[in-house]
Design a protein around this ligand. Structure first.
Ligand code: BG6
Length: 300
């Protein structure tokens, strides 16, 4: 069965390789697992709640309509909780749109969002339809989001695929092709130009790389081998995050406590500014993740 709908989760199995699968929780339309030829590619906390009581710690949480916590008190996203409400709402499973590659869709509109959360964004005056498409190929996972303004009022939003990758050891993990990119360091609250040809991780890391050329592929590399390639469509920014010891210790749902050694978030999004949608307009963005391949060195 290429697609199974088990009440709270949807499981896709590749028709040519039954050890290549993706599991999506309807709550948050959060991808929980992506196995490529039997090997898990995503990190999911052992303490993650998958019962809808709080956003999932791991996999691919969906961030909408605000990234982080809005500081500008005059912006309509200001009252919203950190990372918005898409990751804490039950999405509707629309079904399968292709058998090979197995592809499914989920939708979120105001009817699925709690009235309390809706009121926190533009006093609940916005109407929207989000369609998430998840497509599983051999060595490749694509997640695409379409946002439509289905109401009368213009609105602004951030989008982010908050992807948690599983890595064998963060201290041996590198990410390339971010050299000379403008970044906002969330820990220093400073903006500068990244000068490292390859990024390594030895402490807490939380940077927003801004408006990175779409030709750039971010590669997660360990011991000279490419684990994952991250390609973006219409998502100009990328957040790179590892909470390290102290921050993960403060997250009750982050388990095991040394799990930061086995995860790295590389998160394609549109977060350095807002996407503006007028009545009836649509916007689409996607992340395309592939496994393995050659190291590509891309300077400017
Ligand atoms: C990242 C942010 O995208 O998400 C971090 O850059 C934040 O600052 C992290 O800590 C996790 O957020 P949350 O709300 O899932 O704990």
């Amino acid at each position: 069965m290429p697609v199974e709908d088990n009440d709270s989760q949807v499981v896709l199995t590749h028709p040519e390789d039954n050890s290549t699968t993706v599991t999506i929780l309807k709550y948050g339309a959060n991808v929980l697992s992506w196995k490529n030829k039997g090997k898990e590619q995503l990190w999911l906390s052992e303490g993650a709640k998958v019962d809808g009581s709080k956003p999932v710690r791991g996999g691919i949480p969906l961030v909408f309509p605000v990234f982080g916590k809005q500081k500008d008190a005059n912006h309509p996203t200001f009252p919203l909780p950190q990372h918005g409400f898409a990751r804490s709402s039950e999405w509707e499973f629309l079904g399968q749109t292709s058998a090979n590659p197995p592809t499914v869709q989920f939708a979120l509109s105001p009817e699925q969002v709690s009235s309390e959360a809706l009121k926190l964004w533009g006093n609940g005056d916005y109407d929207f339809t989000l369609i998430l498409t998840v497509s599983l190929e051999l060595d490749k996972l694509t997640t695409e989001i379409e946002v439509e303004n289905a109401g009368e009022k213009e609105f602004e939003f951030n989008w982010l695929f908050h992807t948690y990758f599983r890595v064998p050891d963060i201290t041996d993990t590198l990410v390339n092709n971010l050299i000379d990119q403008k970044c906002f360091d969330q820990l220093l609250a400073e903006e500068y130009v990244e000068k490292s040809p390859i990024i390594s991780f030895h402490e807490e890391f939380d940077r927003i790389y801004k408006k990175v050329d779409y030709g750039k592929t971010f590669q997660i590399i360990e011991f000279g081998k490419v684990l994952i390639n991250v390609v973006r469509k219409n998502l100009p920014d990328a957040v790179v995050w590892n909470p390290w010891i102290k921050k993960s210790d403060g997250m009750a749902d982050f388990l095991p406590k040394n799990g930061y050694l086995n995860m790295l978030c590389v998160e394609p999004g549109n977060v350095s500014d807002f996407v503006k949608l007028q009545k009836g307009e649509k916007w689409t963005g996607a992340q395309i993740l592939t496994v393995g391949g050659e190291i590509k060195v891309q300077s400017n």
